[in-house]
Design a protein around this ligand. Structure first.
Ligand SMILES: CC(C)(COP(=O)(O)OP(=O)(O)OC[C@H]1O[C@@H](n2cnc3c(N)ncnc32)[C@H](O)[C@@H]1OP(=O)(O)O)[C@@H](O)C(=O)NCCC(=O)NCCS
Length: 171
């Protein structure tokens, strides 16, 4: 039995006051890189229209940060996806992605990009499922290379590009 019922999880736009808790959630979701609290505060303010918080009985159990790539106004870049262990396996990550894409502010979005390390199978499964739902093609390429960009201290980040897809999304 799931510890958490999807119907009880409410999605909303992040607020500045969420930044600190979001930072804690991310630190509890390896292999995500932890960020400074300041970074999460900015995500919850300047980038709230393209980000989402999931709450269960007032507690944040999910978060996605995203932004529209500055020189690609039709492309939503998903930065991080975090779901607390208690809320995994009930489709919450997918639901949060749909929620961002269904917003009025996302009407112009026809492609989604994200980066994923080769070993993060859950993340590949999530975004391949999104591509399937959007009936969109996808491709993968190296974006940040382990030795060239991380001095060998981090796995390569592979770019997954989904789209183009229809701009009619449903939450
Ligand atoms: C990855 C993560 C966000 C998935 O959250 P979730 O809410 O459990 O995912 P969903 O229930 O929406 O699942 C979406 C799809 O991904 C698949 N999936 C999710 N977790 C999986 C796992 N551990 N292994 C394989 N597939 C997985 C699901 O089966 C589902 O596909 P399906 O509908 O075809 O069955 C969550 O496990 C997490 O926070 N992990 C740690 C942080 C991380 O790796 N984030 C992603 C990098 S940005």
């Amino acid at each position: 039995m799931y510890e958490c019922d999807n119907d009880k999880v409410k999605l909303r736009l992040p607020r500045p006051s969420d930044g600190f808790v979001v930072s804690e959630l991310i630190s509890q979701c390896p292999p995500l890189d932890t960020n400074s609290t300041y970074c999460n505060l900015l995500q919850c303010t300047h980038f709230s229209r393209t980000s989402v918080v999931a709450e269960l009985r007032g507690k944040i159990v999910g978060f996605i940060s995203g932004y529209v790539i500055p020189d690609k106004p039709n492309c939503l870049f998903i930065w991080q996806v975090a779901v607390a262990e208690q809320a995994r396996g009930i489709g919450l990550a997918l639901r949060m992605l749909r929620d961002i894409l269904a917003r009025n502010h996302s009407r112009q979005i026809v492609t989604v990009e994200t980066t994923i390390t080769a070993s993060n199978l859950a993340s590949w499964a999530l975004f391949e499922r999104l591509a399937q739902e959007l009936k969109a093609p996808f491709n993968k390429s190296v974006f940040f290379d382990s030795s060239k960009h991380f001095s060998g201290n981090h796995e390569s980040e592979l770019l997954m590009k989904i789209g183009p897809f229809s701009t009619q999304h449903e939450a």
